[in-house]
Design a protein around this ligand. Structure first.
Ligand code: B12
Length: 212
């Protein structure tokens, strides 16, 4: 089992997108715990990729192929995470903020929330303040989840919250934020309701914020 997880991790690091499906399916057949596969193979592979990028050992194209490989693996796992829930636990809008194209973490958060019975509306990446506000007005979610992976796009989170206030709808929706450069202190500073470190925490937070 350990060996197989290591192999999956190396496949993502090397960006062997043609091989990932076979190995993830093999792991599922062998009954590997899905959380283990997500955390100890797929996510930890992206940590290595990020480190290598930071050290200039690899560049954007390699990072992109690894991301694509990870996404392919997640797509296979996604349906298995869904609980047999018929009634929605609450509505969540998710997006990556303007200027930011990173969506793997957000997608993982969406997947875990859906798996836990929430109704998730994913606005995608590079979401402008205006588009987020319009969707909040239209769909009236219980929770708005914002993701940012770049220090340069973190201020967009504050811009969304400022606009919710300006439009007098801040009280109608709980705001949770996340992403590698974001912190609990930052959440407090910009007036968000909560900060979540990972997808599992996002689920716990959504439950807490909604009160179920
Ligand atoms: C993959 C990747 C890319 C891919 C993205 C593909 C995609 N579809 O997402 C591509 C190649 C496109 C890319 C591009 C760039 N990237 Co990039 N990228 C990464 C990398 C390696 C991994 C990110 C990732 O997917 N991690 C795995 C996921 C699962 O983790 P996560 O996103 O953190 O999400 C988890 C938590 O944060 C949390 N979470 C996330 N969102 C939310 C939301 C809520 C509400 C909650 C509660 C929780 C939560 O839960 C998630 C699951 O556990 C990181 C390095 C790293 N280790 O973070 C660099 C990194 C983020 N990129 C970086 C940079 C610099 C760039 C570029 C500017 C490079 C360039 N010169 O062009 C561009 C920017 C493009 C843009 N405008 O967005 C830097 C950012 C530095 C900084 N401090 O700002 C990093 C840190 C790399 C580095 N070490 O230098 N990147």
């Amino acid at each position: 089992m350990e060996e197989l997880l290591k192999e999956i991790k190396n496949i993502v690091i090397a960006g062997k997108h043609k091989e990932i499906v076979t190995f993830v399916e093999k792991a599922i057949q062998q009954g590997i715990n899905l959380d283990d596969m997500i955390n100890n193979a797929l996510i930890s592979a992206m940590d290595v990729v990020g480190q290598r990028f930071a050290n200039a050992e690899i560049f954007v194209p390699e990072m992109l192929v690894s991301a694509m490989t990870m996404k392919k693996g997640l797509e296979i796992i996604k349906p298995l995470l869904k609980e047999q829930e018929s009634q929605s636990k609450g509505k969540v809008i998710l997006c990556t903020v303007k200027g930011d194209l990173h969506d793997i973490g957000k997608n993982l958060v969406a997947m875990m929330l859906e798996g836990a019975g929430f109704e998730v509306m994913d606005l995608g990446v590079d979401s402008t303040v205006e588009s987020v506000i319009a969707k909040v007005k239209e769909l009236q979610p219980d929770v708005l989840g914002l993701s940012a992976l770049l220090t340069t796009t973190m201020p967009e989170m504050e811009n969304v919250i400022k606009e919710l206030k300006a439009q007098e709808i801040r009280e109608q929706v709980k705001v949770m934020i996340g992403g590698a450069p974001v912190s609990a202190d930052f959440a407090k500073k910009i007036g968000a309701d909560a900060y979540g470190e990972d997808a599992a925490e996002a689920v716990a937070l959504a439950r807490k914020l909604i009160g179920n």
